[in-house]
Structures are given as structure tokens and as C-alpha cells.
Ligand binder design. Structure first.
Ligand SMILES: CC(C)(COP(=O)(O)OP(=O)(O)OC[C@H]1O[C@@H](n2cnc3c(N)ncnc32)[C@H](O)[C@@H]1OP(=O)(O)O)[C@@H](O)C(=O)NCCC(=O)NCCS
Length: 161
């Protein structure tokens, strides 16, 4: 059995990334969306073409040669990094993969000259808010995220690196 590891995404990971994005988005935000809206969003936002074009932003958590989670990072102005997504497949939660991906992002942030890590978290997503607070993130503001006509109220959290 191979150990837990974090690695950059490669071309042949696209289908697996799309599957995790769809599975975890549906599980986390699906109950707040109408079925038709959810389906349109999944098709539009998590296409193979879009993931392939943004592959360099993904880091993957792998265990026993199986991809079980992903983290997507994007550089912002003023030496900030945005953690756009941190999705662990349901079957692999509470096994340390979220922590592993955050630690990897923090360790790699220096190379990107980043001084601060940002993340937006839905205010109803209490588990994720607790997870980030335990990892040293603090609330610095609030924002709205639109999924077509549905508005999600998010906290903006930041961690100084
Ligand atoms: C939130 C999420 C990324 C956490 O990843 P994970 O791999 O399950 O978490 P880990 O096993 O690394 O847990 C690390 C720590 O956080 C805690 N934690 C994890 N999920 C938690 C939850 N839902 N509620 C409270 N604490 C939680 C763990 O108990 C653990 O604590 P410890 O360090 O004291 O042992 C994962 O549950 C997930 O993908 N959720 C759905 C998508 C989502 O909400 N993503 C975040 C918004 S972008």
C-alpha cells in the first residue's frame, strides 16, 4: 500500500478531478439549489475542457494510487493566494487529507511570494469553517457568491503566512 501524498495534477487526472468536483459540490451545495440549476452549474463549471485549461492550479491528494481529494489555488494581487477549492471525496474524509493539502499549500506559498492565504466559505458550511479556524484562518470579511440566481453568503477567511 502506497503512502498518502500530495502531487501536482497531470493531463490524465482530468476525468478524476471532474468527478471529485461534481461529487463534492453536489454533496455540499446541492441541497441549497434547484436540481436544474445544479445540473447547469455542474456542466458549465466543471467541464473537462475547463479543468484541463486550469490544470496547473490543482494539487491532488493521493493514497494507495487513488486520487481522493484536490486543492485549487490562484494567485491574487498584493501577494495573496486564494484557495479556490478544497474538496475531499466523501469516502476519504476525516483521514487527514484536507490537512495534508493545506500544509502543502502553505509550504509552497513561499515560492509564489505569497504572504497571505484567502478562502471564501459558505456560512452554512459549519464543518469547513471549524476546519479552517483550527488551521489558523481568521474571518476578515463577508461576501456573496452567485450560482445563477441563488446567492450564497460566505465568510472570507485569511491566514498570514
Ligand atoms: C472540509 C474538508 C476539506 C476537511 O477535509 P478532511 O480531509 O475531511 O479533514 P482532515 O481529516 O484533514 O481533518 C483535519 C482536522 O479538521 C477537523 N475537521 C475536519 N472536518 C471537520 C468538520 N466537518 N467539522 C469539524 N471539524 C472537522 C478534523 O477533526 C481534524 O482535526 P484534528 O486536526 O484535531 O484531528 C472536507 O470535509 C470536505 O471536502 N468537505 C466538503 C467540501 C468543503 O466544504 N470544502 C471546503 C470549502 S472550499
Amino acid at each position: 500500500m502506497s503512502p498518502k501524498l500530495v502531487r501536482p495534477a497531470q493531463k490524465n487526472d482530468v476525468l478524476k478531478i471532474v468527478a471529485i468536483l461534481k461529487e463534492v459540490f453536489t454533496d455540499t451545495y446541492g441541497p441549497a439549489l434547484k436540481q436544474a440549476v445544479l445540473e447547469s452549474f455542474l456542466t458549465q463549471q466543471f467541464s473537462e475542457e475547463k479543468v484541463a485549461a486550469e490544470l496547473e492550479h490543482y494539487r491532488l491528494a493521493q493514497f494507495d494510487n487513488k486520487v481522493v481529494g484536490l486543492l485549487k489555488l490562484r494567485s491574487l494581487a498584493q501577494q495573496r493566494l486564494e484557495l479556490e477549492k478544497l474538496y475531499i471525496s466523501k469516502e476519504a474524509r476525516a483521514m487527514g487529507f484536507g490537512k495534508l493539502l493545506i500544509d502543502d499549500a502553505v509550504a509552497g506559498a513561499g515560492q509564489l511570494q505569497a504572504k497571505c492565504l484567502w478562502v471564501k466559505v459558505w456560512q452554512e458550511n459549519r464543518g469547513a469553517l471549524a476546519f479552517y479556524k483550527a488551521r489558523g484562518f481568521s474571518k476578515i470579511g463577508v461576501t456573496e457568491v452567485h450560482v445563477f440566481e441563488t446567492i450564497f453568503h460566505d465568510d472570507v477567511l485569511a491566514k498570514v503566512l
